[in-house]
Design a protein around this ligand. Structure first.
Ligand SMILES: Cc1cc2nc3c(=O)[nH]c(=O)nc-3n(C[C@H](O)[C@H](O)[C@H](O)COP(=O)(O)O)c2cc1C
Length: 194
């Protein structure tokens, strides 16, 4: 199995990366191949709705030659992708939102005269997130948005693992969070192998 990990946190030593590391370690232990992208390290322009991407149904095309193409190609050759992000304003971080907008148009050939294919059809999406509110409040809107996103793009929505950040004065990471991140990875491997 190949998984693309799309990391949307700006903080290399932040909370989301603290749970991402054991999660990825467990996926690797289970034999998965991983491709990791840090979105804040990439150039990702916002979609301009020019529809250049819709002119060729077989190849990636876009007015911008930036960091989106390698992510697109990596997802195309993968089984599943994981959105790892802190919640900002009830959604993913801004650069990840730009990436998701670009990937909709570049993978769904629906926006021209004819209805074309959904190129990510059958891929699976998972979410790994951290937020300040309780997960059922903090991460709920983003998860619902991603379920709609998947339905629109013929992607299979998998599941989400969310952990709460209790603020700057409390240590975020502990052994239980590490074990839950590992268990989430194992549950993904189990469901994807079946
Ligand atoms: C700009 C900003 C916006 C945030 N918005 C939300 C929010 O809407 N809901 C929420 O539950 N937490 C919110 N948070 C809290 C973060 O999601 C939380 O602290 C997260 O663990 C940070 O992850 P990181 O260390 O990987 O950056 C926000 C934090 C920041 C900096």
């Amino acid at each position: 199995m190949k998984y693309v990990i799309i990391m949307g946190s700006p903080r290399k030593n932040g909370n989301t990366n603290a749970i991402l590391q054991p999660f990825m370690d467990e996926l690797r232990k289970g034999g998965a191949e991983l491709d990791l992208f840090w979105v804040y390290d990439m150039e990702v322009h916002g979609c301009m709705a020019c529809r250049i991407c819709q002119q060729d149904w077989d190849h990636y095309s876009c007015r911008f030659d930036d960091g989106v193409r390698p992510v697109y190609e990596s997802i195309l050759s993968s089984d599943a992708f994981v959105l790892a992000t802190p919640i900002y304003g009830w959604y993913c971080t801004g650069p990840m939102k730009c990436l998701l907008d670009r990937l909709i148009y570049c993978s769904c050939m629906y926006y021209g005269e004819e209805k074309g294919p959904a190129l990510f059809k059958g891929k699976k999406m998972y979410i790994l997130t951290t937020c300040g509110y309780k997960p059922e409040k903090g991460a709920y809107v983003f998860e619902e948005g991603m379920k709609m996103y998947c339905r629109h793009c013929a992607i299979e929505y998998g599941s989400m693992h969310a952990e709460r950040d209790m603020g700057y004065k409390a240590a975020f990471m502990d052994e239980e969070k590490e074990e839950r991140a590992r268990a989430f990875a194992r549950s993904i491997l189990a469901s994807d192998v079946c």
